[in-house]
Structures are given as C-alpha cells and as structure tokens.
Design a protein around this ligand. Sequence first.
Ligand code: IYR
Length: 224
Amino acid sequence: MTEVHHPLSDFIEYPQDEMRRRAEDNLANLRRRHSIRMFSDRPVPQDIIESCIMAAASAPSGANHQPWHFVAISSPEVKAAIRREAEALEQSFYAGRAGQEWLDALKPLGTDANKAYLETAPWLIAVFSQKRGGVEESDNKTNYYVHESVGIATGFLIQALHTAGLGTLTHTPKPMSFLSKICGRDNDVDRPYMLIVAGYPADGATIPDHALKKKSLDQVASFI
Ligand code: IYR
C-alpha cells in the first residue's frame, strides 16, 4: 500500500502578537499547575476524565503505535487496594530502602508513607506502557520509543487535567507491578508507567515551598 497524505487543514496561523500572547497565557496556565497531595473527595464526572485521556492519547508516538493504556479508577474498593499496596511499599522505602541521599532529597517535600489521597481523590489513572502493539487493534508489532512516547502522553494528560481545572499528582510507588494485577493488565505487553491522582484540592490544601523553586530560563535553556 502506498502512503496516503492529507492536507494540513486544521493548522491555525496566528498573527505574531497573538502568538506571543498565547505562549504567555499558556505559560501562566502551566505555572499554576502544582503537584498536590491533599485531595477533596468531591466527585468528578467520568466524561471529563475521558476527554483528558483522549488528549493524552493524541500525543505523538514512535511509528504512531500509541503504546499506552490508561486505566481510570474510581471504584472505592480498587482505590483502597491500591492504597494498601502502595503504602506497604512506601513504608519500606521510607524506612531505608530509598537510601539516605534520596530521603534527604525528599525532606523539603515532607512526603511520607501515608498515601491517604489514593483513596480520597475521586480518580486514579494508571498509565501503562506497551512494548508491543501497533496502530491497528489486532497488531502485535514491536513498539518504538515507548518510554519517550508514554512520557509525552502522560505530560499531555497532566496538562489536560490541570487545564480542565483539576489538581494532580504523579505517583510512582516502586516497584509498581502490583498495579498490573489490580488493574487486570498482568500480561506480556503492558507495564505500569505511572499513577496519576486527579481531583479537586482539599480545602486549605498547601504545597511545599521547595516545589515552587523553578529554574530560570538561563538555567534551563541556551540559545546558540
Ligand atoms: N514514591 C514516594 C517517594 C517520592 C519520590 C520522589 I523522586 C518524589 O518526587 C516524591 C515522592 C512517595 O510518593 O512518597
């Protein structure tokens, strides 16, 4: 089959001053994104989560194989099971498995093994990467740049949830294999990549000062 191409009909060109304003607006929007660890139990409708997952799934990927799967969890029983397993792992992590350097790095965040938000927040989204697949549902081809692709999709997901007006947290208990079993994806293809917690912030939620220290343009970029 020869490749089929389509005109780029949905690209929008903006006048430069509008482009500048849009870039600045986007920056201001993303600067208001914070990882939160104090969630309200206020429900969030599933269709909003669905839109955010579809935004994530629009991400670029190696050979467009879209090597990801999202398990959106609102079931109190499943959230409780995830909390139980994650806290057991975090307890050994904070008790020494992490090593002193890592524990020191986490001190200014004030995190500990208590992960109440895994039950309180209305939604947990388990992101899985897939080492095999393809653009067709029935494909079983090698996937490429899986980590890069799923990383971009997860970034899109966080951005989409934030822009919709939800608080988020990236959570990566280690190892995450328990998520495969709980989510029914214990197979040769799927691998747990990250857990995204989403919901309204709790009343009076705070964020650590450490998390507000963002590097300057000079520190993060060079123009040559
Ligand atoms: N997964 C642990 C530890 C942790 C690790 C990093 I790196 C962080 O930026 C934050 C926490 C936890 O969730 O507590």
